[in-house]
Design a protein. Structure first.
Length: 249
């Protein structure tokens, strides 16, 4: 009984920010977070989530604190308790062209705009961290460590992380030698060894230093890589980044 009470109290504390905002008249409050800033391969994925006022998601927390199996288990719970969910994805190629900061902001803008296209334009966007999203066409506020303290941001962190992990698992089938299904593109020892042995593949971020070093070795050996434009993240419309949204009335 005490565990149930603790779980309920924990979730209610996560909802405190949103409850206060709703008392002030806000209806659609979107939490935004991203996954994939640090890896040296794969896309940046962002999610924007508007939770129902009566939402209850036991064990909701910052995705980084949760085991992969629990994140997967919470994924459908978040969808079921959300008014709407928007997804934004920017590829490794975009990261190389614009930089990781702009790629992250662009994915966040995509995710929030997806909510509006679904018919749920947010009256306020709560952004994880301390930096607002440039050129976001909706009012926004930042929340430091929001993924651990604000329910809609925690929910967004789970959606973004699970979506990105699934994308990287799909890339495992395309490039089985690199082990993307295991390390998800992060700079692990195994990933670095495979990169040094094989050189970069089309979804590696060529602007990241470990990939640059491996690419320099390839250049010396006169090995050519396939252009990344020929490889799109699973779920993409040809030539366009995936813009997903799930809504519940």
């Amino acid at each position: 009984m005490s565990n149930e009470r603790n779980t309920k109290n924990r979730f209610e504390s996560l909802c405190g920010d949103e409850m206060e905002l709703r008392r002030r008249g806000y209806r659609y409050i979107a939490g935004v977070d991203e996954a994939g800033r640090g890896p040296m391969a794969g896309p940046v994925v962002a999610a924007a989530v508007v939770l129902r006022p009566d939402a209850f998601i036991p064990l909701l927390d910052d995705s980084k604190k949760l085991a992969p199996r629990l994140r997967e288990a919470l994924f459908p719970d978040v969808l079921a308790q959300a008014v709407a969910v928007g997804i934004g994805i920017r590829s490794a190629r975009f990261v190389d062209m614009k930089g990781i900061a702009e790629a992250t902001y662009a994915a966040m803008r995509q995710a929030v705009v997806a909510l509006a296209r679904r018919g749920y334009p947010p009256e306020l966007v709560l952004v994880d961290g301390n930096r607002p999203v440039p050129a976001l066409p909706f009012p926004q506020e930042t929340r430091v460590r929001g993924d651990s303290a604000v329910a809609c941001i925690a929910a967004a962190s789970i959606i973004a992380k699970v979506m990105r992990d699934r994308i990287m698992a799909s890339y495992q089938d395309l490039y089985p030698e690199y082990g993307f299904g295991k390390h998800k593109g992060y700079c692990t020892a195994d990933h670095r060894k495979n990169l040094e042995r094989l050189g970069p593949c089309p979804i590696h971020r060529k602007s990241f230093s470990p990939v640059q070093l491996a690419g320099d070795v390839l250049d010396e050996l006169h090995v050519l890589a396939v252009d990344e434009d020929s490889v799109e993240p699973p779920g993409c419309v040809h030539g366009e980044p995936f813009r997903g949204h799930v809504g519940r009335n």
